[in-house]
Design a protein around this ligand. Sequence first.
Ligand code: NOJ
Length: 951
Amino acid sequence: MLPCRPLSLLVILVSFLMVPGVTVKKENFKTCEQSGFCTRNRAYADDAGAKGALWTSPYELDSASIRFKNGQLHGTVLKTTTINEKVRLPLTVSFLRCGAARVVVDEERRMKGEIELRHGSTIRKERYNEAGKWALARDPELSESASLEIDKAAGYTKVSYGPDGRFAAIIRHTPFEVQFQRNGEIHVKLNDRGLLNVEQWRAKVDPPDGDSGEDQSTWWDETFGGQTDSKPRGPESIGLDIAFPGYDHVFGIPEHADSISLKETRGGSGHHDDPYRMYNADVFEYELNSPMSIYGCIPFMQAHRKNSTVGVFWLNAAETWVDIVKTKSSINPLAVGISSKTQTHWFSESGQLDVFIFLGPTAQDVSRAYGELTGYTQLPQHFAIAYHQSRWNYVTDEDVRDVDRKFDKYQIPYDVIWLDIEYTDGKRYFTFDPNNFPDPLGMEDQLDGSGRKVVLIIDPHLKNVPDYQVDHELKSKGLGVKDKDGNLYEGWCWPGSSHWIDCFNPAAISWWAHQFKYDKFKGTSPNCFIWNDMNEPSVFNLPETTMPKHNIHYDGWEHRDVHNLYGLTYMSATYHGLLERKKGVVRRPFVLTRSFYAGAQRVGATWTGDNLARWDHLAASIPMVLNNGIAGFPFVGADVGGFFGNPDKELLTRWYQTGIFYPFFRAHAHIDSRRREPYLAGEPYVTIITQAIRLRYQLLPAWYTTFYQASVEGLPIVRPQYYIHPDDEHGFAIDDQLYIGSTGLLAKPVVTEGAASVDIYLADSERYYDYFDYTIYQGAGRRHTVPAPLEKIPLLMQGGHIIPRKDRPRRSSALMKWDPYTLVIALGKDGEAEGSIYIDDGESFDYQRGAYIHRNFQFGGSALWSEDIGTKGPKTGEYLKTMAGVKVEKLVVVGAPQSWQDKLSVTVIEEDAKSSTTTSLQFHAAQGNKAAYAVVKNPNVAIGKSWKIEF
Ligand code: NOJ
């Protein structure tokens, strides 16, 4: 061993040099112990736990107050305080058409404004009740069929609702508790452990000497990192425990660098010490396997057990923490699925208690209902799902042109090149540096020549200098965030001293949108799109790298109440700006945001922020991307190559081979990193990376169809095992392999150094074919070793699927627009297969008026046919005409039956054709473990028409 030591030391040293400053500055961010309300709510839980059966929750629903009308129940919950006061908490339980139920608890005294604020503050007195205005797509419609049954004697109220009345909410009055049942079985319980905690408003009164009552040390102000939060309303947190009886796994509540199956946080195996935190923050070089909050958050959780998924959405934009405890009441604690329970405990610093409950029964049902509430993923422009080339920074417009030419020279496709903050004139957004970017229009014109785009960064902090018109207008129009005294808030970010736009203000939104007009943002063309960064918001000179909680927003709300919404309001304003760039020309905007909240899926894409060029960060990107999809914001990716540091060539190559499976596929790198455009990697890496990017382009029709499904059903774009195989308990926690929508494509990217194979877990007994050589893998409930030398991407096709592709390599997706299609028919063990395709112009909103093709393909009984599953609109006919010449150029039937060995042709029958035609078929016999396949070249059927091909 000894002789190896100097070498290993060297390896360690070199790896440190490769990734400078390798860990997050944890001390800048609060732990639960450093957050007053987190400590208080945990202590409350501990107290309840210690008292056990002797603990009674001090909340009761006043039976006399209950009213039920039009799908809504109203009543008053009474809290008995430690000094025996009754605090009145209005309760509204709404039963919604989408199948969800919503429970809202407010505080009457604050609703009436009957409280006093400290320090002469003029902020709003109510609990924040506008999170829904931003997060929800529309006002949720109430269910007309929900019906009430009261049993006063038994002390509970029951409401039946949901599809065929199969759901029920059973509200116990004393202590207050709500059970949600599906088909008579409890799936979700609120206040199961009695941890409901609404910290009512109270005046600050100095306790008498020697009083040993409640610990008030975190009630009135709190200091962290040298900054004092003045808390003009005092303590006001809300907390609730939510139990999922019978459920072992909970997922969601991004954004955390952790596994998709969330870990326990109060003991238990592999537990975290802190609860999962949701407080959007600029946490660069983030820690892995951690419950720390990072850039965005979505307080939506799914619980899954065999063949059942339920969910909860905690609509609150203040700092929030979630504790997770799992219990098993089986004698054998290792047994899977035996009477287990996941108990979660949620608490937020301020605002109303507002929680939605979804009863499934499938993950798809939960995603759909959540999507109906918060909106579905925006259908992106076609370029947005292709490959993006970024770095901080392309330094001149000539640099951009040069990179563009090099991609062409090396025949590597790409669609978008990105400009980071250095393109601006001294960090003044909406300007170009006149020295380095003297001709942005010429640069954009060159890109446009091959249908390419540029994305420009625009951050929410505006440089505080007298000669900057945008900041000048922000100040003069009063559109910025204010400090606690009502003056324009000033802090520090990239430009130095800065002000922050307040997009909670409708006037700020219109003003911001106006900045994107071509005559305002000079130097930009229609092929320019926008990147919103630093919108947590990031403020460099403060603890937690963000603005003080006592800052004030439009309409008198405190920053504390709305913090997690800030990024969403800002990106939405940008989205509107892009919609309105030019009168009469409306195209789908593209906005990338770093910070997000529920609802952000309606207006853009996101990425996982400042990761590291390390293998463990590559591995972590997969669960992070999957988890965002589970939480309804699936248009996400990670910086390919890793942001900080310099990946070696193997890591860079493997990262591309992984990145092609991110819904948002962008390479990006820190300003101090070495240039790493794929053509610089040297051979064999350039060729291997090019093949990976081309694979993404080949499968763009399948990706676009999957995005379409997300845009109408809210389903994840890349899906974890439990979505596809909800009955296979052994697969629920698997998060290192992923399915592309419902295409049947299953990828397991290589995320370890020096790997030559991967083990792919197959849940079912269907045949899986290697995407490239058709090797068959089959066998349920076990792992199968798939070779993965550097040039090989582990990608399987589940039998039973038809996958649309475009096989002609081009420079950009725009240049593929009129290319013919290939259909790969991966036959299932029953000899059948099915798939679909969605196509539109990839840029306008005409699809909303019927300008699209949506077809179902089916193979069965030796025939393949295409049928229309779209709905016609005023623009359908016109669109179909433009697509008449776009054909299917190839069919590949994988797993073709041996009986086809002598078959030489197939018969093609196309809608409207005078007669059928024949075309040739080539049969390739099975070889070893490789499936037989047949190729039909040029069946010459239009992609937009109905047809049948008989084999
Ligand atoms: C932080 C972002 O996370 C990173 O991607 C970007 O390059 C830098 N800001 C500079 O704008």
